[in-house]
Write a protein of this length. Structure first.
Length: 144
């Protein structure tokens, strides 16, 4: 499969922006000569700059996308699911804090220079006061 140069740039970051624009439109694109020119910038004129390549049969479409310069539309903000906050196993309330005792032990262990309680995962529900050890994969999110 042959490739065609659709754009040439002086700097590699500009070439990568063009490559990202083409890839967001669904076209495969590649950046070449970026490392050579990055190491020996005097070769830029000799090599023709940092080039963006696409398959030869998609070159006309790629040039029109780059000439247009408009990125594809952004997804709607509500289309990405948000992470759910951790819930208390007793009252199903949202967990707002770590266990305060665990926080004090962590702070004290850091002050003496021996972090012996860093791995603990105690949680405390601010609604009912229940404390428990969270699973290893659980992450707490602040709920306002």
């Amino acid at each position: 499969m042959s490739a065609s140069v659709v754009a040439s740039f002086r700097d590699a970051h500009e070439a990568h922006l063009a490559r990202a624009l083409l890839e967001s439109a669904g076209l495969p694109a590649y950046v070449v000569d970026e490392h050579t020119i990055g190491n020996i910038w005097l070769y830029s004129n000799l090599l023709g700059g940092v080039k963006v390549l696409v398959p030869a049969d998609l070159a006309a479409e790629a040039r029109s996308i780059l000439a247009d310069g408009n990125p594809p539309p952004e997804p709607e903000p509500n289309s990405v699911p948000s992470a759910r906050p951790e819930r208390c196993p007793v009252c199903s309330g949202a967990v707002r804090s770590l266990d305060p005792t665990d926080r004090r032990v962590r702070a004290l262990s850091m002050l003496i220079g021996f972090p012996f309680a860093i791995g603990r995962r105690r949680r405390r529900c601010d609604d009912c006061g229940h404390t428990w050890r969270a699973p290893r994969t659980a992450r707490i999110e602040e709920v306002s």
